[in-house]
Write a protein that binds this ligand. Structure first.
Ligand code: ZN
Length: 138
């Protein structure tokens, strides 16, 4: 069995953003040489997510509005976590959008459903953060 590990770095210039990282994950899969197996992609920070959904700007806007209703950034004083920091909402947004995805690898390709793409969800950006890729298979 083959095993592959890589860290991808992101530096999102805004507080929040969704980045389609499917091309980078496909590049990693190619580099791994794995044709049949599984690939895990997870955010290595508790204020960022990795999730799968549609690459559609209307939907991304809807996520932003929905997440702000669930866990508004302001006022930062509403959160007990915000003692010396202001990112409590980012932790909550990360929880709902998820930590990781696992995708089946079939014939050397990501075995997606219709319209599925992998996203990095940033909720407390303006600094360097990592995503872990781990692939196993043959
Ligand atoms: Zn925090």
């Amino acid at each position: 069995m083959k095993s592959y590990r890589k860290e991808l770095w992101f530096h999102v210039p805004s507080r929040r953003a969704f980045v389609n990282i499917t091309p980078q994950v496909e590049e990693c899969l190619k580099e791994s040489g794995i044709k049949e197996g599984l690939i895990l992609v997870n955010a290595m920070h508790i204020t960022a997510s990795v999730f799968i959904n549609d690459d559609e700007t209307g939907l991304h806007h809807d996520y932003e509005v929905w997440l702000e209703k669930l866990a508004p950034h302001e006022p930062v004083s509403q959160y007990r976590h915000n003692v010396g920091e202001d990112n409590a909402d980012a932790h909550l947004k990360r929880q709902i959008m998820g930590r990781e995805v696992v995708v089946a690898v079939t014939k050397g390709k990501l075995d997606f459903g219709t319209w599925e793409q992998i996203f990095y969800g940033e909720f407390d950006g303006r600094r360097k953060k990592r995503v872990l890729i781990k692939a196993i298979g043959e």
